[in-house]
Write a protein that binds this ligand. Structure first.
Ligand code: TXA
Ligand code: MG
Length: 351
């Protein structure tokens, strides 16, 4: 069965780390906290170990894994070419929520991690538990988010346990993660570099360091190559999610309409719009600060699973700064569905 080891509450940390490092060295899996979300780690150079990640998660085998490293220098061990712009980004944002895609040095990282693409995604996480684990292990950790495939990423150890209990030997519990959405993924093998997944480091932050990049989250540049993982269903609680504008009247009309249809409604929305009308309202912080929504979004989506809501309304956030990453995740959770007065008029909700 899965053992959860707390490493931030004055327990015997050394023994907890030793057990998990031994487990990883012997080809086992360990879930651990990063500043974004919890990761499910295996030694990235051991194909038998990394194979188990795909099995435990139910993850499609054509979706490559991010490789986590404990020092910047290790990039030289795994990447074949390191452009000057990459050095600038690593200096500015590592450790931190930014994954850089490089051409890989062949034969180092397990092939099922890179799925034979010839590239490798590297990131140095900014979390004391992750960094200590990496330092003690002295090797690279392949680690996707530690959720069952299709579920919201875990931001607490209890989320990992809910999805993976009995499937993995250890969870290192370092408390709630801070950023709350996954790292930004940027492809450094293309010119200009291309953002494949918006995340904890915003486009503006990146461009302030290396100048213009390609970003499909901006206007018409939709032909940008996407991270392979972005095509799968993601971040989905059990009940259908609909996006809704941050408008009190609109929300009240929607709730009334759904209740008339006999549906129980849960809302994920900012503190300011909290109403008593729906059965459940999960408040995610100040509307003007999308980073608060980022920190609370996955917990809120998972909290909806603990209710018997038939429909989840998720209030949109401004698409700027961290709001871009949050809206990217919310649109996937909602599968593009948006609740408007037109939805009520046509009453053609496909829930
Ligand atoms: O914040 C994060 O990035 C978390 C924590 C645990 O570090 N990890 C995470 O991993 O979100 P995962 O596997 O859920 O998402 C990795 C994303 C996927 O969309 C995948 O397709 C993309 O990164 N990716 C990884 N390696 C790649 C590569 N070589 N080329 C293109 N995309 C890659
Ligand atoms: Mg994931």
């Amino acid at each position: 069965n899965t053992q959860t080891l707390e490493v931030d509450k004055g327990v015997d940390n050394d023994y907890s780390y030793q057990q998990t490092v031994d487990c990883l060295r012997n080809g086992g899996l360990v879930a651990f906290p990063t500043e974004t979300v919890y990761g499910l780690g295996a030694l990235a150079t051991d194909p038998d170990a990394t194979k188990q990640i795909f099995e435990a998660k139910g993850r499609p085998s054509d979706n490559p894994l991010i490789v986590h490293i404990g020092t910047k220098e290790e990039v030289n061990t795994y990447a074949a070419e390191i452009p000057e712009t990459a050095h600038k980004l690593m200096d500015a944002f590592w450790p931190g929520p930014l994954t850089l895609i490089f051409n890989e040095k062949p034969g180092v990282i397990a092939e099922n991690v890179t799925v034979g693409r010839g590239t490798v995604g590297l990131r140095m996480p900014d979390h004391p538990v992750a960094l200590k684990l990496l330092r003690l292990l002295g090797g690279p950790l392949a680690a996707p988010s530690a959720n069952r495939s299709g579920k919201p990423s875990p931001t607490k150890a209890s989320h990992v346990a809910r999805d993976l209990d009995g499937r993995i030997p250890f969870i290192l519990d370092g408390g709630a993660t801070g950023v709350g959405v996954e790292s930004t993924v940027i492809d450094m093998t293309s010119t200009p570099p291309a953002i494949l997944r918006p995340g904890g480091i915003t486009v503006e932050m990146i461009e302030s360091v290396i100048g213009p990049v390609r970003s499909e989250t901006r206007v018409e540049e939709s032909e940008a190559p996407r991270a392979p993982g972005m095509k799968y269903k993601h971040y989905s609680p059990d009940a259908p999610v609909w996006l809704i504008e941050p408008d009190q009247n609109q929300i009240e009309r929607a709730v009334q309409h759904l209740m008339n249809e006999g549906k129980k409604v849960a809302i994920i929305g900012p503190d300011e719009l909290k109403t008593d009308k729906p059965a459940w309202y999960f408040a995610t912080g100040a509307h003007a600060d999308p980073s608060q929504l980022a920190a609370h979004l996955y917990d809120a989506l998972r909290n909806c699973d603990e209710t018997d809501a038939d429909v989840i309304l998720a209030v949109e956030t401004p698409s700027e700064g961290m709001g871009i990453a949050v809206m990217n995740r919310l649109k996937k959770a909602a599968d593009g569905k948006q609740f408007t007065d037109y939805t009520i008029e046509s009453s053609n909700m496909k829930t």
